[in-house]
Design a binder for this molecule. Structure first.
Ligand SMILES: Nc1ncnc2c1ncn2[C@@H]1O[C@H](COP(=O)(O)OP(=O)(O)OP(=O)(O)O)[C@@H](O)[C@H]1O
Ligand SMILES: [Mg+2]
Length: 201
């Protein structure tokens, strides 16, 4: 677990501490449990899609924690941090090389890539994301993704997941993952604010 890089804020996240607020969230927690239970006989990962604060990162971490208990080598990465670490590794004054950054990402049995599509999709970003994910796709390794970008546009201002990650990557994701769309209100706003208000009163 110590090597899994789970962010401190999410250390307490498990299936037991996720309280579904609607049928889509009930389905999401059930798919998340199935993903952990079915490992390693199934190599299908999850693509958790939804708006802010519906629990995508929470459920992704819950899967890693359940698998780490089965001694599966797990790793969590915010995709934005990973891309930044790769760029930083080019700086000659840095001690790490691009390979040193990428090796654990390619080797992890189960990887969470949080915030897919959140980085402005330049050609380099699209190519690098595709390269990283393609390697895991070829090796049939399980990857859990989260993203705020959906396949369908709710309004003309929205960008789709395909626009953010490119068609080649979106196509691979279809084969690697079960897509789970989570609806609901922002838990941070609804519940956490209420808890903070109560503590401070
Ligand atoms: N249904 C829920 N039950 C319990 N805690 C929840 C639930 N949904 C969200 N949370 C908690 O609310 C906070 C926000 O959830 P989380 O970070 O997983 O959302 P997210 O969908 O990843 O949002 P974002 O798109 O902003 O990254 C976390 O502290 C998480 O543990
Ligand atoms: Mg998140």
């Amino acid at each position: 677990m110590a090597n899994a890089r789970i962010p401190k804020r999410y250390e307490g996240c498990s299936f037991e501490t996720y309280y579904p607020m609607n049928p889509s969230q009930e389905a999401a927690v059930s798919f998340a449990r199935q993903t952990a239970d079915a490992y390693p006989s199934s190599d299908v990962g999850l693509l958790l899609l939804g708006t802010c604060g519906v629990g995508k990162t929470h459920l992704a971490v819950a899967i890693l924690k359940a698998l780490a208990e089965k001694n599966v080598a797990c790793l969590f990465y915010d995709f934005r941090d990973l891309l930044k670490e790769i760029q930083d590794s080019w700086n000659p004054s840095k001690q790490t090389s691009e390979l040193q950054v990428l090796n654990p990402v390619q080797e992890a049995d189960v990887l969470v890539l949080d915030e897919l599509g959140a980085t402005k999709p330049t050609e380099w970003v699209k190519d690098t994301m595709t390269h990283i994910i393609n390697k895991r796709y070829n090796d049939r390794k399980v990857t859990i993704f989260t993203s705020n970008f959906l396949d369908a546009k709710a309004s003309q201002y929205d960008e789709t997941l395909t626009e953010r990650v490119g068609e080649r990557l979106r196509s691979r994701l279809h084969e690697m993952c079960k897509v789970v769309l989570i609806n609901g209100d922002d838990f941070r706003k609804q519940v956490r604010q209420e808890q903070i208000r109560r503590v401070r009163m």
